[in-house]
Structures are given as structure tokens and as C-alpha cells.
Design a protein around this ligand. Structure first.
Ligand code: HEM
Length: 507
């Protein structure tokens, strides 16, 4: 009996040791296969529990940019219980987008985006997978195709006309003539997108619904973009201590109900034969039914909402930064005005078709986007598997941030990087489409901006017309040198002190 017992326990020990050895060997092999050791990228030592949350602060693109001097362009941060990888040079961004785009094509879903299951029907914050691929393909080949965007030129032209008229009227009403440009730009871009997507003119006189819709959208984006403790400490999810998800949900429900109403209206118009012949984005989405990739009503609602979320402030604040930089740099302003006067003359308005004959205007747009990428970290990505990135071990579910703001100010890529100098783009082959990694305001790779062409067209047309049709004067006591060019990080990267000036109609 004794010997049987000893024999059995020897067997158990033997099995245990063999199993443990096999486990260790398997772990080593799988680690190697995933990525050569477990060396982490360098980063500042974190505090217990909170990690590097205090190092990051309220302007994370600036604080991580400062950390580059000490830790290099591949930075590792611990944000509470979550890990973050920050990429901060053109070379490391190229490595990421060329060699690891697929592994990092997932999005990090922030807690606020789970309100109303937004993340599940979303496009921009969708997890990488079949659903996202289907929506992306539909947008690239149909909804946001070059043909459809070019065809929307009259919409952009009309909305800019209306904005210019508003600016003229409002400036004439006030005693100082000073206007705050931001309001006009936001409403104009929102109007372009609403007309393009759902054929709704929200800037017209009877636009109650437009203002209500825009207000709910702003509130939703403000809440969902507020830094949330839950994203660093997931065990807090059930408590939602800052009320972020609850508030985001309140506005999202309102927005969803409104879009549901637009859809119902459209379906009824079609059934009664009242609907016009030209198809908009909503028609294309609804008609997609039955082509094999059927979209649920909820998906249609989210895709529509996200076009407006993703396209409005990104575009309007790029234009505002462009205007502020031009007034801050009178030499560039003068050169742009001269180019417009020579190419367009003074007897007609700038049209979209003119833009390719205006190299200085194109250079101004690129330079504004270089210094002021309105989505400074792009949209957060997520590593889908353990990955070896440039010799570092990046575990699955790491948040991946690409600091476009830092890359676009990097002296290794740009001469005199902090100066606004559109001339650097004259005779240069660098563009912002995602292939030149020193300039990536629209991101790059599979998850790059799908509305890039629409955004670029709105920015060039509006900036060109504002400069061509008005002489801009700064408010009393403000000079180009004393203008406040500091930033504020909200829904997108904005001017801390919104741009104000006096538009004087040119004769
Ligand atoms: C100047 C204007 C714009 C800028 C600077 C901009 C910037 C960006 C950036 C940085 C991203 C994330 C890219 C990445 O993660 O690599 C993005 C994504 C996106 N943008 Fe834009 N955007 C602009 C205009 C627009 C417009 C007008 C639309 C829609 C009509 C739009 C729709 C989207 C969508 C749907 C995504 C998510 C794509 C995906 O996850 O697959 N954007 N944008």
C-alpha cells in the first residue's frame, strides 16, 4: 500500500514537473513568436495606482511631446490600470502604419461610447471586424466616393455664400464690426454636412430643428470627450462616478430620435412619390438594403450621426486656425491675397475648380494643418494581439496613440518647425493624404479619415473666399504680435481665445 502510494505521488510529481516545464517552454516560445522578449518602451516612472495620469495632464499632446526629449519617440505610459503606447516621430509612425497597421486597426472603446451601444453600431469607433469593413467599403465606394463629393460642390458653394452674407450682415449690425468667426464656421460646415447627408438646410430661417440638433450634438461630444476615470479604472464602470455615460446617453437618445424622425419622413416621402430625383447620402444608405449588406435602422442612424460628429468641428477649427495664422503672419496674408487677385481677379467669386491653380492657398491649408492638427492624437487605436513593435513588447489591448501634433513639429522632419511658413510646401511633394508620415492630420492606414476629400475641399474654398472677399482687421488693441495663439483641447483642438476680427468688404 505504502509503495503504491509513493509510486503514485512520484508519478504526480513527475507529471507536475513535466507539465510546468512544458508550460514554461510554451510561454517562452509564444512570447518570442509574439515579439521577442518583454522589453517595454521607455517612459516616466508612474505613481502607485494612478501611474502617469498626472504626467499627461489636460494637454496630453503637449506633455507627451515634452517627454520625447527624455524618452524618445516611442513612449510607454500607464494610465491607472490601462497601458498606452505613444508614437511621436515620422519614422516610428511609418513603422506603425506600414508594418503593423492591421494589428493596430482596432479602436479603443472609451466608456462613454458604450452609451446606447453606440460602439456596436458605430463606424468611427467601431472595433476592427466585419461590420466596420462593410461600412468602410460602402462609404469608400459609394457614400463618400470622389464622384459624390465632387457632385456636392454646389452645396458647399451655397453654404459658403450664405455664411459670407451672415458675416456681412452681423458685422454691419455691431458698432465695432468685430465678429467671432467660430460660430459662422461651425454652422456653415454643419449645414454642408446636413445638406449632403440628409438634405436638410439647417442654416435657413426656419431652422429651429437645426439649432436644437447642433446643440444636442455639441453637448453629446463634450460629454463623451471628457476625460473619464472609468477608462483608467474599469472596475468603476457600474458607478459612472463623473456621470459621463449617463449625460452622453441623454443627448445621444435625443439625437437618435431626431435622426429616426428624418428617416421616417424620407421613407414616407418616397412612398408618396414626393421625394426628389437626386439621391443623397441617406437615400444611398437606405437603398443599400437588400444588396447583401443589410444595415439595421440603428446602424443607419449612427452612420449619419458620425458623419456630422466627425466632419463638423474638425473642418471648422482647421479653417479658424488658418485664419488666425494668416492674421498673425501678415506677409503670408499679403501673398495669398495677391495670388487670389491675380488668378481670380476682382470681378468674380472663387470657385472650387480654381483651387488647383492656387498653389499658395494649397500651401496655406497644409501649413495650417501641420501646426494645428485638430485631432492631435488621431483617434485612439487598440492593439488586437501581443505585438513586437520595433523590438518592444506591446501587449494585447494597449491603447495606441499617434501624436500627429508632435510629429508635425518635429525638428528632425521640419526646418524651423514652429514658424508658420506656407512656402515650405511650394514645389514640395509632401501632401497630407497619409503617405508622408511627417504630415498626417487625417491619420494613415486602414483607419485614416474617410472624409478627407470633403474636409479639404471645405477648408480651401472657405479660407480662399474669406481672404478674397474681405480685408480683415484685428480688434482695437490687438496686433499680429500680441494675438493669443494658445490652444484649448475640447471636442477638437481649438484656439483658447476664439478668433475675432473685423471683416471689411473689398470693393
Ligand atoms: C479637416 C477636416 C478633418 C480632419 C482634420 C479629420 C481628421 C480625422 C482623423 C485624424 C481621423 C482618425 C484617423 C486615424 O485614426 O488614423 C478621422 C477619422 C474619421 N473621419 Fe475625419 N477629419 C476631417 C473631416 C472629416 C469629414 C468631413 C468627415 C465626414 C464627412 C470625416 C469622417 C471621418 C470618419 C467616419 C472617421 C473614422 C474612420 C474609421 O475609423 O475608419 N472626417 N478624421
Amino acid at each position: 500500500m505504502d509503495s503504491l502510494f509513493t509510486e503514485n505521488s512520484e508519478m504526480v510529481w513527475y507529471l507536475l514537473i513535466s507539465f510546468s516545464l512544458a508550460l514554461v517552454v510554451w510561454l517562452i516560445i509564444s512570447r518570442k513568436a509574439a515579439g521577442g522578449g518583454n522589453k517595454q518602451p521607455p517612459g516616466p516612472p508612474g505613481w502607485p495606482l494612478i501611474g502617469n495620469i498626472l504626467d499627461v495632464g489636460m494637454m496630453p499632446h503637449q506633455s507627451t511631446h515634452k517627454l520625447k526629449a527624455k524618452y524618445g519617440p516611442v513612449l510607454w505610459l500607464k494610465l491607472g490600470m490601462s497601458n498606452a503606447l505613444v508614437i511621436q516621430s515620422a519614422k516610428t509612425a511609418e513603422e506603425l502604419f506600414k508594418k503593423h497597421d492591421l494589428q493596430f486597426s482596432d479602436r479603443k472603446v472609451l466608456h462613454s461610447f458604450t452609451a446606447c451601444d453606440h460602439d456596436k453600431g458605430s463606424f468611427a469607433v467601431a472595433r476592427y471586424g466585419d461590420y466596420w469593413r462593410m461600412i468602410r467599403k460602402l462609404c469608400a465606394t459609394d457614400l463618400l466616393s470622389q464622384k459624390r463629393i465632387n457632385g456636392a460642390a454646389p452645396i458647399r458653394q451655397d453654404c459658403v455664400d450664405l455664411m459670407m452674407q451672415w458675416i456681412r450682415e452681423d458685422s454691419a449690425k455691431g458698432s465695432s464690426g468685430v465678429i467671432q468667426l467660430e460660430k459662422y464656421l461651425v454652422l456653415m460646415t454643419f449645414n454642408v454636412l446636413c445638406k449632403f447627408v440628409i438634405s436638410k438646410d439647417v442654416m435657413g430661417k426656419n431652422s429651429e430643428i437645426g439649432h436644437e440638433f447642433h446643440e444636442a450634438m455639441t453637448k453629446y461630444l463634450q460629454w463623451s470627450g471628457t476625460p473619464n476615470l472609468v477608462d483608467s479604472f474599469p472596475f468603476l464602470k457600474p458607478f459612472d462616478p463623473q456621470g459621463i455615460k449617463r449625460n452622453a446617453e441623454k443627448y445621444l437618445i435625443k439625437l437618435m430620435d431626431m435622426v429616426r424622425g428624418f428617416i421616417k419622413e424620407r421613407v414616407e416621402e418616397k412612398l408618396s412619390g414626393k421625394h426628389k430625383d437626386t439621391k443623397d447620402f441617406l437615400d444611398a444608405l437606405l437603398e443599400n438594403d437588400g444588396k447583401g449588406d443589410q444595415l439595421s435602422e440603428k446602424s443607419v442612424i449612427f452612420v449619419i450621426l458620425e458623419m456630422l460628429f466627425a466632419g463638423t468641428e474638425t473642418t471648422s477649427s482647421t479653417i479658424e486656425w488658418g485664419m488666425a495664422e494668416l492674421l498673425h503672419n501678415p506677409d503670408s496674408l499679403r501673398k495669398l491675397k495677391e495670388e487670389l487677385d491675380v488668378v481670380i481677379g476682382r470681378s468674380r467669386k472663387l470657385e472650387e475648380g480654381d483651387v488647383n491653380k492656387l498653389p499658395y492657398l494649397q500651401a496655406v491649408v497644409k501649413e495650417a494643418m501641420r501646426l494645428h492638427p485638430t485631432v492631435p492624437f488621431l483617434l485612439p487605436r487598440n492593439s488586437m494581439e501581443d505585438t513586437n513593435f520595433m523590438g518592444y513588447f506591446i501587449p494585447k489591448d494597449t491603447m495606441v496613440l499617434v501624436n500627429a501634433w508632435s510629429i508635425q513639429r518635429d525638428p528632425d522632419s521640419w526646418e524651423d518647425p514652429l514658424t508658420f511658413k506656407p512656402e515650405r510646401f511650394i514645389d514640395s511633394k509632401i501632401d497630407s493624404k497619409g503617405q508622408n508620415f511627417e504630415l498626417i492630420p487625417f491619420g494613415s492606414g486602414r483607419r485614416s479619415c474617410i472624409g478627407m476629400l470633403m474636409g479639404e475641399k471645405m477648408v480651401s474654398l472657405t479660407l480662399g473666399r474669406l481672404i478674397h472677399e474681405f480685408d480683415w482687421k484685428l480688434p482695437p488693441n490687438v496686433t499680429p504680435q500680441t494675438m493669443d495663439m494658445r490652444e484649448k483641447l475640447g471636442i477638437s483642438l481649438n484656439l483658447l481665445d476664439p478668433f475675432k476680427a473685423i471683416p471689411v468688404q473689398r470693393n
